[in-house]
Design a protein around this ligand. Structure first.
Ligand code: Q9C
Ligand code: ZN
Length: 380
């Protein structure tokens, strides 16, 4: 039995995206979570907790997010839709989408560029693609999703000083918790949304646990291993952890796939061998069409690195876009393979407290069974 955290507010965000030159309903949709919930209910093997972020929870979460994201970026996410609406630039049912992205020009007087005054321009300043629109309820889902990561941390750690929401009543702490985070998080950076991501959810547990450890055991700095199993490279997570010696980032992803400009095996952390974070980033790109046995070879390299790092906590960015039928993925992985995958991961670090956060995965009808298969392998 896995504790699975969910918040109904994650279902509110519903956008359009530019995909293959067409503006269409985003593949990252509320149906994803609804399908997962249906499968969890049907299986009856897990402990699903539906929570709701109070105003206080939201403030705590927002404050934690400020450790990874700029205040002006977070403000933008909260206000852009209502500003466009007030000025008549969108109707209540439309999306804010960018029209011009940041230009890093050698000839510009402002390097790096600064936030533009123009309200249209701001949408492009704070994003890097056209799959990360903002609609009326986007912020409600974004903050609810991030809050799930925070509350999951509260269930994991042996302390009542963590901000457990009043909606969770549990003295029974767990070694692993899964949060149904939506929107996902691993693509967004400190100042740019992208790839359906707005707040980098997986950084919040790190910030929270660090503060918590700092208060109770100031001599011990906790170490974190992030294992990113989404089909896409988590450029945002990599960027936010690259210079951090206490965070290992390991990613297995499609080579030269979205987000296109990151994810190379040569990105191993700061190049200076004397930098403490040198070697704390491990990218394992795989060519499109890779089989599960090829995948397992990379997984085993990644897991060796995780084990060697001796993390105090394991954080898993779990995407199901590695599934063979996924419209955005190109690996040859099937439902039963997720069981093997999860068993390998968990048996490498069986006693390390682990948080699993949902990232991508777009085959609605199979998301639920794929997740159940993963959990079956995880729990042995
Ligand atoms: N031609 C996640 O899985 N569009 N994000 C790709 C490919 C964006 C994926 C277009 C895909 C984002 C969390
Ligand atoms: Zn993905």
């Amino acid at each position: 039995t896995m504790i699975i955290l969910h918040d109904e507010a994650t279902l509110l965000h519903e956008t359009v995206e530019l995909l293959g030159s067409k503006l269409r309903p985003a593949l990252e949709s509320p149906e994803r979570i609804k399908a997962i919930l249906a499968s969890i209910h049907e299986a009856q093997t897990h402990d699903l907790r539906t929570i709701s972020a109070s105003a206080e929870d939201q403030n705590t979460t927002l404050e934690l997010a400020k450790e990874s994201h700029s205040t002006d970026y977070l403000k933008h996410l909260q206000t852009v839709f209502s500003e466009w609406l007030a000025q008549g630039l969108v109707t209540a049912h439309e999306n804010v989408l960018p029209e011009c992205f940041r230009i890093y020009s050698a000839t510009s007087a402002h390097k790096p560029p600064r936030p533009p005054k123009d309200i249209y321009a701001r949408a492009g300043y704070y994003a890097f693609d056209m799959s990360t629109g903002m609609m009326q309820n986007s912020w409600a889902s974004i903050i609810a999703s991030a809050n799930l990561a925070v509350q999951a941390t509260g269930l994991l750690s042996p302390s009542s000083s963590l901000p457990l929401s009043s909606t969770i009543k549990d003295n029974d702490l767990r070694r692993s918790v899964l949060a149904l985070t939506r929107p996902p998080g691993h693509h967004c950076t400190g100042t740019q949304a992208g790839g359906y991501c707005y707040i980098n959810n997986i950084l919040l547990p790190i910030t929270l646990l660090r503060r918590h450890h700092h208060q109770r055991q100031p001599n011990h700095t906790p170490r974190f291993a992030i294992l990113d199993l989404d089909f896409h490279h988590g450029n945002g997570t990599q960027e936010l952890t690259y210079y951090d010696a206490d965070i290992l980032y390991v990613s297995i992803h499609g080579e030269d796939e979205f987000p296109y400009y990151t994810g190379s095996a040569s990105e191993t952390g700061p190049p200076d061998p004397d930098h403490a974070a040198h070697g704390t980033n491990l990218n394992l790109p795989l060519p499109p069409g890779s089989s599960f046995s090829t995948y397992l070879e990379s997984l085993s390299i990644g897991l060796d690195a995780v084990k060697q790092f001796k993390p105090d906590y394991l954080l898993v960015s779990l995407g199901f876009d590695t599934f063979h039928l996924d419209p955005l993925g190109k690996f040859d992985i099937e439902t039963e393979d997720y069981k093997t995958m999860a068993a390998r991961v968990r048996s490498t670090v069986p006693d390390v407290p682990a948080l699993i956060l949902l990232e991508g995965g777009y085959v609605i009808e199979r998301l639920g069974v794929n997740l159940l298969s993963f959990l079956e392998g995880w729990e042995g």
